[in-house]
Design a binder for this molecule. Structure first.
Ligand code: DX5
Ligand code: ZN
Length: 228
């Protein structure tokens, strides 16, 4: 395998203190975060409600870091314009919410200067997103959910690693992200399967030394890449 996709560690701000978002973001940057993962939920696609473009816009004034926005929403198209304006860097929509309009969605995301990506829920077969990676206007990252989307602090589903392995074999340099239950005890499994973008909420924010958790995750990804 000639994986050239570099390791990106993305603390999920869902586990941060939302009342102190800017200082939490700065803290994560100092701890070595590459990206900040921002979970946008509409209370409809998932049974939880979080933040939207106004919060991204406020946070953008305090940091230049890549804001990796994960849209757990029913109508992702409605969010492209406001999130682009707000300063989002990555726009990851769920395939389950865009089966009928991804061809329209991806170029619009790019037009707004964001990195287009697609996420799949645990029940969605990975084959379904091949056309999005291979289209004329392709997604630049695939997010394989390793928990049911909606809440932090859930248990990692190792059975999702088949999806990651299949993707890595097929697309050696594609950014492959995993999200849900990642931490010191699960990073090895995800990294060996071929994931290079790692989202981690509770394991980072719950640690006495978040910098150490971030560093272990980065090293594990890099080591796995050398082996393959
Ligand atoms: C869950 C979110 C995740 C969540 C991960 O729907 O997409 O980003 O914050 O949290 P942990 O790492 O605690 O599983
Ligand atoms: Zn997420």
């Amino acid at each position: 395998m000639e994986a050239t996709a570099t390791a990106k560690i993305a603390p999920s701000m869902l586990s941060s203190d939302f009342a102190n978002l800017a200082s939490e973001a700065h803290r994560m940057c100092q701890c070595g975060a590459d990206w900040l993962h921002m979970d946008i939920m509409d209370g409809h696609f998932v049974p939880n409600l979080t933040i939207g473009a106004p919060v991204i816009e406020s946070l953008r004034k305090h940091t230049e870091i890549f804001l990796d926005c994960h849209l757990m929403v029913t109508n992702p198209l409605d969010y492209v314009e406001p999130l682009g304006k707000a300063g989002a860097s990555g726009f990851t929509f769920h395939y389950e919410a865009a089966k009928d309009n991804w061809q329209e969605l991806i170029p619009k995301i790019k037009e707004k200067g964001m990195k287009p990506a697609v996420a799949v829920k645990p029940g969605t077969p990975i084959e379904e997103i091949y056309p999005l990676v291979e289209s004329e206007n392709p997604v630049e990252m695939v997010l394989v959910m390793t928990v049911e989307p909606g809440f932090g602090g859930q248990k990692f589903m190792p059975e999702m690693m088949d999806k990651v392995r299949t993707l890595r074999k097929k697309y050696p340099s594609l950014d492959i992200e995993v999200d849900g239950g990642l931490g010191a005890s699960t990073i090895d499994t995800a990294a060996s399967a071929g994931a290079n973008c790692i989202v981690a909420g509770s394991s980072v924010f719950g640690a006495p030394e978040p910098a150490e958790v971030i560093s272990v995750m980065r090293k594990t990804v890099e080591k796995a890449q050398q082996k393959n």
